[in-house]
Ligand binder design. Structure first.
Ligand code: FE2
Length: 376
C-alpha cells in the first residue's frame, strides 16, 4: 500500500516517512517498526518476544498516524496496532549506536598518578552505591583504583571483586597467591623482578579486570610498578604512526606451558575500540611465544615492538609505589601494564592474593548504577 496516511505520515513500499518534532522527516523500515513495537518486549523479562522470523510476508501497514507522542501503525495481516513512542523514533532517526553511559572518555595518566589515584574504602564500596558507581567510573576512565581497609580474610578479595562482576577463573584457578612458591610455575611466584606485563595473554580472552589484595608486605624491595598502556600507546601513535599501525594489526603468539597446561593464543599489542581510540595493550615478554610471522615482516615489526616496549619504560609513564597490607589494587588488565621490582624473600613476608572479573560486567555495573536503561 502506498500513499499518505494521517498526520503527514507517508507510506512507501518498504517503509514510511514520518515528520518528527525537531522539524525533520525520517524514514523507518516496516520490519524495524514491527520488530521494535513496544509490545515486542516482555515487561517482566524485558526480552524481545516478537518472532520476526515468523512473519510469512513482509509487514505492511493498513494505516499509520501520529497520535499525540506516538506513531500508531495498524498492520494489514494481523490487525495488530503498534504504538511506538516518538522519542524512540527520534533516537533511531539517524544511524549510530545507542548512547552508552559506560562509554566514558578514558583519561591517560603518568608517573605522578599515585597521589591522584581514585581511592575507596572497602566499607564504602560494599555499602554505598554512589561509592561503587564512582569506583566503576574510575575503572572506566583511569583503568585503576585502590580499595583501602580490606579485611585480612580470603573472602575479602572475592567479595570485593564480586561487586564489579563474577569472579572468573583462569588456568591458575579461581584465585591465585602471589608469593614465593617452592616450585614456581610463574615468574610472579618468585622474588625476582617482574617486568612490566599484562596478565595471561595466552588465554583466548585474557582476563579483563584484575584484583590484587595485599595481605602482607614487610619485605625489602618489591615495590609495584604500574604504567598506563593507553598513555604510552597514544603518545606512540603520534611519535611513529607506521609502527603504531603495525602493533595494531599484527597478531602475536603467546604461550604458557607447564606440567598440566599448554595455553596458546594470539593477541595484538595495541587494541583499538570501535571509535579508533586506544582501549588497551597486551605486553608480556615472559609469555611471548617464538614469533612465527614471516621473517621479512619482522624486519619492520621487531623495531616497532621494541620501540614501544622501551617507551613504556620511560620514567615519564612509570608509577612506582608500595602496596600495603589491607589495600587491594584493582586495574584493567587490558590497559594497565604492571610489574614489581625484586625483593629479598628472607627479609619479611610478601603475599598478594589475586583474582579477575571481566570488562563487560564492569560496564554493566556502571550502566546499572549510573545510566538510564531502556526499561527504566
Ligand atoms: Fe601480573
Amino acid at each position: 500500500m502506498l500513499g499518505r496516511s494521517d498526520e503527514g505520515v507517508l507510506l512507501k513500499e518498504n517503509g514510511l516517512d514520518v515528520p518528527l518534532p525537531d522539524g525533520s522527516t525520517a524514514y523507518f523500515n516496516y520490519y524495524w517498526l514491527r520488530d521494535n513495537c513496544p509490545a515486542s518486549f516482555d515487561p517482566e523479562t524485558r526480552e524481545r518476544v516478537f518472532d520476526v522470523f515468523g512473519l510469512l510476508e513482509a509487514p505492511k501497514p493498513a494505516a499509520a498516524a501520529l497520535v499525540s507522542d506516538y506513531l500508531e501503525v495498524t498492520w494489514q495481516a494481523s490487525g495488530h496496532v503498534s504504538r511506538i513512542p516518538v522519542a524512540q523514533l527520534l533516537q533511531y532517526a539517524r544511524p549510530g549506536q545507542r548512547p552508552d553511559p559506560a562509554n566514558l572518555p578514558r583519561q591517560a595518566w603518568f608517573s605522578d598518578h599515585y597521589a591522584h589515584m581514585a581511592r575507596f574504602s572497602h566499607e564504602a564500596v560494599l555499602h554505598d552505591e554512589t561509592a561503587r558507581r564512582d569506583w566503576a567510573g574510575a575503572m572506566l576512565t583511569d583503568g585503576v583504583a585502590l580499595i583501602t581497609g580490606m579485611p585480612d580474610t580470603d573472602a575479602g578479595l572475592t567479595e570485593t571483586a564480586g561487586l564489579l562482576g563474577y569472579v572468573r577463573p583462569s588456568y591458575f584457578g579461581v584465585t591465585f597467591e602471589v608469593k614465593t612458591h617452592i616450585k614456581p610455575t610463574n615468574l610472579a611466584f618468585t622474588s625476582k623482578a617482574l617486568p612490566l606485563h599484562t596478565d595471561l595473554p595466552s588465554e583466548e580472552f585474557a582476563p579483563g579486570i584484575q584484583y590484587l589484595h595485599c595481605r602482607a608486605n614487610s619485605v625489602e624491595g618489591g615495590d609495584s610498578i604500574f604504567v598506563d598502556g593507553l598513555a604510552v600507546a597514544e603518545d606512540f601513535r603520534k611519535a611513529d604512526p607506521e609502527a603504531f599501525q603495525l602493533l595494531v594489526e599484527t597478531d602475536v603468539p603467546y604461550y604458557c606451558e607447564h606440567d598440566t597446561f599448554d595455553m596458546r593464543a594470539r593477541q595484538r599489542v595495541i587494541e583499538l575500540d570501535e571509535y579508533g581510540n586506544v582501549s588497551g595493550v597486551t605486553i608480556s615478554q615472559h609469555h611471548e611465544d617464538i614469533f612465527d610471522m614471516p621473517q621479512e615482516d619482522l624486519d619492520a615489526y621487531y623495531p616497532a615492538f621494541c620501540r614501544f616496549g622501551q617507551m613504556m619504560r620511560d620514567p615519564k609513564y612509570v608509577m612506582r609505589f608500595r602496596l600495603n597490607a589491607g589495600e587491594c589494587i584493582v586495574f584493567d588488565n587490558h590497559r594497565i601494564v604492571h610489574g614489581r621490582v625484586a625483593y629479598s624473600a628472607t627479609s619479611g613476608e610478601r603475599h598478594l592474593r589475586g583474582c579477575y572479573t571481566d570488562r563487560g560486567e564492569l560496564r554493566s555495573v556502571y550502566r546499572v548504577l549510573a545510566g538510564e536503561g531502556r526499561f527504566k
